[in-house]
Design a protein around this ligand. Structure first.
Ligand code: ADP
Length: 371
């Protein structure tokens, strides 16, 4: 790779402008990230030595078209025109999904940031863009190894956990039938709860690793939302009743068949329903659905502990769990809603969260018809 420094500025020598320009150049040349500023025609104005390095150039880029010096590939290794990307950027844009391809066919994973900058005042000013480039191949390969590890481990754990869960459940049945010892019953109940928790966690981890790998595909089929919600209400009623909660349904008679990914719709709803049960100590849970513009609107409402305003912004983050005492009393991984959001994006669905501490939460999800 080249280590050439950018050429001296074409600014009149000895002037305050030259002094300012040199200060700016030494500032951006001290940066380890590649920095390229282009004008409104996407021609290179300013760049630093790190940019020459990462773009593998050994001659000046001054005045060259950005598209000629920076060949981008998208996540599927398809060429992407960086100039189109630049022009489409209205506010700052950051991505870790592109790579840079070199003439010899090699490539590096890229951190890419594009920021539009308006130089000068009002309409007289000119539009420029600042592009920052960093080679993140090393981090990416570590991330891939980590994802691969999670995917293998969660796959390998699934069978023994299922067998353990089945056996504990059988033992519970036998002990209960024989009117066995209360202590043994309690021990089996606890062991059963923990294996169920492990099974859930493994499920979340495996969905997560498939989602991170971009390996999730949507099989579109027709879904009877009325039947699905009735089935879910039925399925989760025993769990809710064990906590003294009831599940109500409020389903519009106008619901029609919806074309979407049934498995994912079910997983999303299950995540919201299990949370509603987990985070509600008294009261009820309502499941509702009605037709909405070219899709369906479904809601899951509880009378539970609620979520503070500041936490509402974080609950879809990976591994986030509220810090409060009520949440800490329950077990969880903080992955459920993160996976839910990933799956919703695949279905082009939108989630709206309403919640008030001590009153309850309502999650509304709009799922479009994908036909
Ligand atoms: P987990 O339930 O495993 O902790 P989730 O990703 O499903 O993880 O949820 C993230 C966090 O959001 C939870 O830890 C909890 O603090 C909060 N949360 C989610 N659903 C509810 C709800 N219905 N009521 C109150 N808090 C909730």
């Amino acid at each position: 790779m080249s280590t050439t420094n950018p050429p001296a500025a074409t600014v009149p020598a000895g002037t305050p402008e030259q002094f300012e320009h040199e200060r700016l150049m030494s500032l951006i040349n001290s940066m380890v990230d590649g920095v390229v500023a282009v004008n409104e025609r996407a021609k290179v104005d300013i760049y630093n030595g790190a940019a020459l390095n990462i773009l593998d150039l050994n001659s000046s880029m001054q005045g060259k078209s950005l598209g000629d010096v920076c060949k981008l590939l998208d996540g599927n290794n398809q060429p992407i025109d960086i100039v189109e990307l630049v022009y489409a950027t209205k506010t700052a844009f950051v991505s870790r999904d592109y790579s840079l391809s070199y003439v010899d066919g090699s490539k590096v994973s890229l951190y890419l940031s594009i920021a539009p900058v308006h130089l000068g005042y009002g309409k007289a000013g000119t539009q420029s863009y600042v592009i920052v480039l960093r080679d993140i191949s090393h981090e990416k390969s570590l991330e891939e190894e980590r994802d691969e590890f999670i995917s293998v481990v969660s796959h390998e754990l699934r069978t023994p956990i299922t067998i353990a869960e089945g056996n504990i459940s059988n033992a519970q049945y036998i002990v209960n039938k024989a009117g066995g010892d209360e202590q043994i019953k309690k021990a089996l109940e606890d062991a059963h709860q923990q294996t169920l928790f492990l099974a859930d966690m493994i499920n979340d981890l495996s969905t997560l690793s498939r989602a991170e790998h971009g390996k999730l595909t949507v099989d579109i089929e027709s879904i009877n939302i009325h039947d699905l919600l009735t089935e879910l209400a039925h399925m989760y009623s025993p769990e809710a009743e064990a906590k003294g909660l009831t599940i109500h349904t409020s389903l519009s008679p106008d619901l029609e068949l919806l074309m979407s990914g049934k498995l994912y719709v079910k997983e999303i709803l299950q995540n919201f329903i299990t949370n509603a049960i987990k985070y509600t100590n008294d009261g009820h849970i309502s499941l509702g659905a009605k037709p909405a513009d070219k899709g369906v609107s479904i809601w899951i409402e509880d009378t539970g502990i609620g979520i503070s305003k500041s936490d509402q912004e974080k609950i879809y983050d990976k591994f986030f769990r509220s810090e409060n005492f009520e949440t800490r009393k329950t077990s969880g991984t903080g992955l459920g809603l993160y996976v839910t959001m990933k799956l919703s994006r695949l279905l082009h669905a939108q989630i709206v969260t309403h919640s008030q501490l001590g009153i309850g939460s309502k999650f509304t999800i709009f799922i479009p018809d994908l036909q």
